[in-house]
Design a protein around this ligand. Structure first.
Ligand code: NAI
Ligand code: MG
Length: 491
């Protein structure tokens, strides 16, 4: 009898394919050991000489020291932005402005590989996402708004749109370069100048963007980038020379900002938290819906304000959907964000991991039935297993509060009325998703769900031409599209 060949390992279909590691190389990137503040077209040291570390959350290793701006540094940045607005940018013919914005877009494309690697190192997101989503979308936002710069009179006919002046912009750590693009591109297209603060855990791509902006020849002071934490942000908000604040981040800080500028004539847009309902009807294409659920909550480790974090499944298909979801979760690769096979990278910071783990404990104590995929987590770095809470109920804190991690609560429903009621019964209203074969159901839902963005038979799709923003405690004002120009204009 022939001997069996035992050297070939059988494929294990239950736990998915085993992939050989495919790490992206970091040889082509250049990072400084220390980063300064970008003010008036130059990198300058912070007045008090203070610096903080930014680390790689997948390795816990320090990447660079970054300057911490205080009130005086912020004041310098605001006065540079004011001077640039008064003397150059506010007066420049719009087609000339557009050329600079187009140039920035093209330069981001040229350096996209470098930006993608740095985004992944500094923030922990899988390289596949930073390469295919964050960086191309950031370039697209500049292209899109460059196109509007000389067409504002067509966008707002007979209204004589005019810029506001100096915009103070504060952004979070979940899409660092993309959020910088969402903020800077429409501000420049409408003739405003900018003081932008990236998040303290992910400042590097914004500082790389500062280098790119300097190299692009954009007039000095049009874009200023100051780094630091909450205190630096508060200094921007409190500076009397700022005409408009654009903030993306937590609802708590959004409320603080709103209070602190009450009584001033500063304009404000807030893009805050979310707790999106993701609704699966029995007539949905189930396999695609399961992919949509996975993308909705596990994309970017659930660090997405529009994450589909509350799943509602119609009762008749609930068992099937949950089983398929569990099977799919088993195949997700959690680990090194620089590996091109990785689906779920590192949680952005130790603090955020603690927040997520705290919510997982709360969920267990509330009596939710927990399910986590069986994958092993790396020994170093901040990682979290993809997690489901089955049999969740509307009163659970994990259903009501934003977790901002790969944690999905699951509820079932019978009728469309019931699911609309439950989906809307929440302080947030940023986004929602619906899966069904029936167009009429989609229209019925989209007109009655209180959410700024609703995806039908897809999820987490972004385009610079479509406006984004929330209802209720998810904030106000829109970014993206024609709507995204308005917060930077007076009429
Ligand atoms: P955060 O709201 O504290 O940070 C966002 C930005 O605001 C950062 O640049 C930060 O330095 C700045 N900031 C902090 N305090 C400020 C102040 N008093 N004045 C002006 N700027 C200030 O968010 P954090 O602490 O990083 O995350 C906490 C929670 O917030 C997360 O667990 C998540 O639920 C939510 N979040 C929501 C985001 C969204 O996209 N809507 C983004 C980031 C966080
Ligand atoms: Mg970092």
């Amino acid at each position: 009898m022939k001997k069996k060949n035992t050297s070939v390992k059988p494929l294990n279909f239950t736990s998915g394919w085993e992939y050989a590691p495919a790490p992206e190389s970091a040889d082509h990137i250049h990072l400084e050991k220390q980063y300064e503040l970008f003010i008036d077209g130059k990198f300058v040291k912070p007045g008090k000489g203070k610096y903080f570390d930014t680390i790689n959350p997948a390795t816990e290793k320090k990447i660079a020291s970054v300057a911490e701006a205080d009130e005086q540094d912020v004041a310098k940045a605001v006065s540079a932005a004011r001077k640039a607005y008064d003397k150059v940018w506010g007066r420049m013919p719009a087609p000339e402005r557009a050329k600079y914005i187009f140039r920035i877009a093209r330069m981001i494309q040229e350096r996209s590989r470098e930006f993608a690697v740095i985004e992944t190192m500094d923030g922990g997101k899988p390289i596949r996402e930073s390469r295919d989503i964050d960086i191309p979308l950031a370039a697209n936002h500049f292209f899109y708004y460059a196109g509007w710069a000389d067409k504002l009179n067509y966008a707002f006919p007979n209204q004589q749109p005019a810029p506001l002046g100096v915009a103070g912009q504060i952004i979070p750590w979940n899409f660092p370069l993309l959020m910088a693009a969402w903020k800077i591109a429409p501000a420049l297209a409408t003739g405003n100048t900018v003081v932008l603060k990236p998040a303290e855990t992910t400042p590097l791509t914004a500082l790389k963007l500062a280098e790119l902006i300097r190299d692009s020849g954009l007039p000095d002071g049009v874009v200023n980038i100051v780094t630091g934490a909450g205190r630096t942000g508060a200094a921007i908000v409190g500076h009397p020379g700022i005409d408009k604040i654009a903030f993306t981040g937590s609802t708590d800080v959004g409320k603080l900002i709103q209070k602190s500028i009450a009584g001033t004539d500063k304009k404000l847009t807030l893009e805050l938290g979310g707790k999106a309902a993701h609704i699966i009807f029995e007539d949905a294409p189930i396999n695609q819906a399961v992919e949509g659920i996975v993308n909705g909550i596990f994309f970017n480790q659930g660090h997405v304000c529009c994450a589909g974090s509350r799943l509602f499944v119609q009762e008749s298909v609930a068992d099937m959907v949950i089983q398929k979801l569990k099977d799919r979760m088993e195949t997700l690769i959690v680990g090194d964000p620089m590996d091109k096979n990785t689906d779920i990278g590192a949680i952005n910071s130790k603090e955020q991991l603690q927040t997520i783990l705290k919510y997982i404990e709360i969920g267990k104590n509330e009596g939710g039935e927990i399910y986590q995929s069986s994958c092993a987590l790396p020994g170093k770095g901040y990682f979290c297993k993809p997690t489901l809470f089955l049999n969740s109920s509307q009163s659970h804190r994990i259903v009501q509060e934003e977790i901002f991690g790969p944690v999905l609560t699951i509820q079932t429903f019978r009728t469309i009325e019931e699911v609309i009621e439950k989906a809307n019964n929440i302080p947030y209203g940023l986004s929602a998703g619906v899966w069904t074969d029936k167009g009429s159901k989609i229209f019925n839902l989209t007109s009655r769900l209180r959410a700024g963005v609703i995806w039908a038979n897809t999820y987490n799709k972004f385009d610079p031409a479509s406006p984004f923003g929330g209802y209720k405690e998810s904030g106000f004002g829109r970014e993206g599209g024609l709507h995204g120009l308005m917060p930077y204009l007076k009429f």
